[in-house]
Write a protein that binds this ligand. Structure first.
Ligand code: FAD
Ligand code: GLY
Length: 376
């Protein structure tokens, strides 16, 4: 490889690709080093929801990061299309967070009081109103919180678009290359050892998703990231049966994609990197989804898939510089929201790597040693 590159991004998922794009746009010479192919793991398994308000239920740095990131998608979709010709299939038709029973309705209504502070357009729809919006919903549904701004994208296309836009600004993509460890000298990173040999860089960003813990042990620190498998399936109907995303707490969601598919997900199975899809997982999803939208029983079957989310001990990502190795950075642990969080993560981490960090306060909440502080 040419010696003229100065930053290596390890991992060609959505997080690595977004950081690479932002760094390349700033004029940095970037290489993405990916074990397999760009967008081959969690970032192509995701449903692509931009569910800041449906998934996150309390204020804090993660929620603020999510709101800022969500607000970037409209501009990002046009910008990436201009640089790459890839349409990320950004849809902004909203989402309904379903209350299946009167008891859950009370909880969801409490959420609305909190969420309205950030988005006054969020409203409660009772049983008849929610069925006016989405007539295919089961009559047993008690109501729902309507979130007009929780849209979705096609996650594999967004990841590819970030990577291709990075290339547009001079980045190089090095696939089928696994990073095994780091090269350092006097507390400064000097490069990485890969399955194809040593490559020298002054700065390295680890964005290896659920695989980050093992690689970071090579640098002498523990980053407690672990995999949470999620299985999904999709169906197709002759005519659209839902317009908005139907989200039922963490049990099940249905996302109507632009190509006519409805993505239905997802199971949550901790501590496995295995991405096989099981009949048990899909049967559970079918049962939950048909309780919400009975008509899907008659839909045409499309496909199944699975991926592993990178989860952390406290449920928030790690983003920051290594405590003792200068030039080594980490961005991982985006769990259920990596697609949503990718634009802001790209900007913040690229600023940090470039030494021009504008939002120090926000980023400090995600630093790499916080789990140690909690233990002591
Ligand atoms: P990944 O996409 O897993 O990328 C990591 C990359 O690093 C991989 O390509 C891997 O091959 C590579 N790698 C690993 N080790 C090495 C090494 N040593 N050397 C080189 N390369 C290496 N998020 C949302 O925002 N909205 C959703 O609707 C949503 N739905 C989801 C549904 C499911 C079923 C799943 C599984 C996830 C979902 N997510 C969603 C979460 C989202 O997919 C993840 O948070 C996000 O994709 C994580 O991106 P990443 O780049 O960190 O990881
Ligand atoms: N955010 C949806 C999921 O992780 O399944």
């Amino acid at each position: 490889m040419e010696k003229s590159f100065d930053v290596a991004i390890i991992g060609g998922g959505i997080i690595g690709s977004s950081i690479a794009y932002q760094l390349a746009k700033k004029g940095r010479k970037v290489v993405i080093i990916e074990k397999e192919r760009v967008a081959c793991q969690a970032s192509s398994a995701a449903a692509g929801m931009l569910a800041a308000q449906a998934e996150l239920e309390q204020d804090g740095p993660l929620f603020q990061l999510a709101l800022k990131s969500q607000a970037m998608f409209s501009t990002l979709a046009s910008e990436l299309f201009e640089y790459t010709g890839i349409d990320i299939e950004y849809e902004n038709k909203g989402m309904v967070k379903i209350a299946e029973t009167e008891e859950i309705a009370l909880e969801v209504k409490k959420q609305i009081t909190f969420q309205k502070k950030w988005d006054p357009t969020i409203t409660w729809l009772d049983a008849s109103e929610v069925r006016l919006l989405e007539p295919s919903l089961s009559p047993s549904v008690a109501g729902g919180m309507y979130l007009p701004h929780d849209g979705h994208v096609q996650p594999a296309k967004l990841t590819q678009a970030f990577a291709k836009a990075a290339e547009h600004f001079g980045a190089k993509i090095c696939e089928d290359t696994e990073v095994l460890s780091f090269v350092y000298e006097n507390g400064q990173v000097k490069g990485v050892t890969t399955s194809k040999g040593v490559i020298h860089f002054e700065q390295v960003v680890v964005a290896t998703g659920a695989w980050a813990a093992k690689l970071m042990q090579e640098s002498g620190i523990d980053i407690p990231v672990y995999p949470v498998k999620g299985e999904c399936f999709s169906i197709r109907t002759e005519r659209p049966i839902i317009n908005t995303t139907i989200f039922s707490d963490k049990r099940c969601y249905l996302v109507p994609k632009r190509n006519g598919e409805i993505y239905i997900g997802a199971t949550m199975i901790e501590n496995t990197f295995d991405t096989k899809v099981t009949p048990e997982g899909i049967a559970t999803l079918i049962e939950r989804a048909t309780q919400l939208v009975p008509q899907i029983k008659e839909a045409a079957w499309e496909r199944v898939w699975a991926g592993v989310r990178p989860q952390t001990g406290d449920g928030i990502p790690y983003m920051g510089e290594h405590p003792s190795l200068r030039g080594l950075f980490v961005a991982t642990g985006h769990f259920r929201n990596g697609i949503l969080l990718s634009p802001m993560t790209g900007e913040l981490v690229a600023d940090l790597v470039s030494g021009r960090l504008l939002d120090q306060e926000l980023l400090s909440a995600f630093h790499l040693e916080r789990h140690k502080e909690k233990v002591s």
